[in-house]
Write a protein that binds this ligand. Structure first.
Ligand code: GLN
Length: 518
């Protein structure tokens, strides 16, 4: 290794420059991170490492770099993709051929997928050219807000190892924050990219529903699930999203809407460099801020702590300094997003998870007397408590006699919440608020109270129900733990979100802070 390249502080572009200028090889770079992962197993961020598969990918990446180098990048051979050779970790909800895929569940403990998810394929060799470091821990079937629902144990938050990293993409967030991976994939059904990013002090974007293919992403709630990138900065997320997104005929709800070049988009600034956000209207939903939150959200909400609100408000003021103007807006029915989501998501989960019956793949109970007992014993053994709770809730709200009262009603509420967002976005370009009402709590603190856990999702669920894109960017600390600012935009406006966050991160350094000891 030569030069002054430091894999722990470098952004993804610097990673590739180091590879192209031969300061480090892709194999060496991957090994730096694998060794870090092995040195920090206490975090429990990784579920599966397959060093031979990683080295094979990295060697192939190196071979291409050498070919292009010796051919002096002839046009016939083409240029390398901007992430070629750069390592990445995948949430263990994306299926991978060369790594076991468990979705954090005993049900799939030894599941070897015959194919790679579209996202994994797009980011991997032959396309973006990234090198897979392994699979990252998550809540079982992505159900949870703390990563404690993983059948393979809780993940520690690198900022304070007695605390949760957030969930469900908790392993991904902790691994990025601790520098065990330079970037990772995650998924977001009701906040699982944004909330762990906020709690671990990193950046993540949940794209518009349909923007990133769901093919090979183990399904939780199909009308909400969306994959996305997690990294240190908006600039890195822009590069990753460019490589991940796009229409996929294998996903029936994949959007056939052209996407912008997000790296070009983040560089778009008005002539006045001091006011890069001039003309930007930032909506301040009254229900997201301060005392009014309690009244507006009632028993369905949880007021953000003062520390969280203060950090977020400082960030909003920074946006103003960069030229943005503030607009008061209202999301009058946002408080209903918790009950609506916790009807719709379990309903879809109960249907999606019916495939885990012990017949074709996954866990099968050893003791049974007939087909029915084989299926029920398999499911009772294979699924953890929270997943069983969701399946029961979902089956209940879908059953004849309750369907209209719960499921249909929740769908109506979903529509109203989406309308509220559209009305609010008439008068502004982005909405700003916290990602989560609190910072990361102690491991075990909310385990016995599922409703307390659900209420933590109040700031993220509405966005998911409305299918909108939203970004989480580090914006300070409260009691020593990271706080995330949430920026929300209209459908397919990921570029705007990344641009605003990039301008913010150019003016501040919260995203560069690192936990001690990492
Ligand atoms: N915390 C939410 C839940 O438990 C969201 C999870 C997610 O986005 N995957 O359902």
């Amino acid at each position: 290794m030569a030069g002054n390249f430091d894999p722990l502080t470098a952004d993804l572009t610097q990673h590739q420059t180091a590879l192209m200028t031969k300061q480090i090889s892709a194999v060496e770079l991957a090994k730096v991170f694998l060794h870090r992962a092995q040195a920090h197993t206490e975090l429990n961020a990784f579920l599966h490492i397959n060093e031979a598969a990683t080295v094979a990918q990295a060697s192939a990446a190196d071979a291409l770099i050498s070919t292009l180098g010796s051919a002096s990048r002839s046009p016939e051979i083409g240029h390398l993709q901007p992430l070629h050779g750069v390592p990445i970790g995948h949430k263990d909800i994306f299926v991978t051929r060369d790594w076991i895929t468990t979705a954090g569940s005993k049900m799939l403990q030894n599941y070897a997928s015959p194919f790679d998810a579209t996202v994994v394929e797009k980011l991997g060799l032959g396309q973006a050219g990234m090198v897979t470091l392994g699979k990252l821990n998550c809540d079982e079937f992505a159900m949870g807000s703390s990563n404690e629902n993983s059948a393979f144990g809780a993940v520690q938050n690198p900022w304070d190892k007695t605390r949760i990293p957030g969930g469900s993409s908790g392993g991904s967030a902790a691994a990025v924050a601790a520098g065990l991976v330079p970037c990772a994939t995650g998924t977001d059904t009701g906040g699982s990219l944004r909330q762990p990013a906020a709690m671990c002090g990193i950046t993540a974007i949940k794209p518009t529903y349909g923007r990133v293919s769901r093919y090979g992403m183990i399904a939780f709630a199909s009308s909400l699930d969306q994959g996305g990138p997690m990294a240190r900065s908006a600039k890195d997320c822009a590069l990753l999203l460019n490589a991940m997104c796009g229409y996929d005929e294998k996903d029936s709800t994949s959007a056939q809407v052209a996407h912008e070049d997000y790296t070009a988009k983040i560089c778009e600034v008005p002539a006045d460099a001091k006011k890069p956000l001039a003309g930007l209207r930032v909506g301040i939903p009254l229900q997201f801020w301060g005392e009014k939150t309690v009244a507006a959200l009632g028993e369905n909400g949880l007021q953000a702590t003062n520390g969280v609100l203060l950090a977020c408000w400082n960030a909003v003021q920074q946006l103003q300094k960069l030229g943005a103007t503030l607009v008061d807006v209202s999301l009058p029915r946002i408080g209903l997003s918790v009950p609506a989501y916790y009807v719709i998501a379990p309903a879809e989960a109960s249907s999606n998870l019916s495939r885990f019956d012990g017949v074709r793949y996954g866990h099968r109970a050893k003791n049974y007397t007939d087909l029915a007992s084989m299926i029920s014993n398999t499911r009772a053994e294979g699924f953890g408590a929270e997943v069983q709770r969701r399946i029961l809730t979902g089956t209940y709200v879908l059953c004849h006699g309750y369907y209209d009262a719960y499921y249909l009603q929740a769908q109506r509420v979903r529509r109203l919440i989406a309308q509220d967002f559209q009305a609010a976005l008439q008068s502004c370009d982005v909405l700003a608020g916290p990602v989560a009402p609190t910072t990361a709590w102690k491991i075990g603190a909310k385990n016995n109270d599922p409703v307390a856990m659900y209420l933590e999702d109040i700031y993220t669920l509405g966005v998911s129900l409305a299918g909108l894109p939203a970004l989480s960017a580090p914006c300070g600390f409260s009691d020593g733990m990271p706080v995330g600012l949430q920026l929300i935009a209209n459908h397919y406006k990921e570029g705007n979100l990344l641009n605003v966050a990039h301008q913010y991160q150019t003016a501040t350094d919260w995203h560069l802070r690192r936990p001690e000891g990492f």
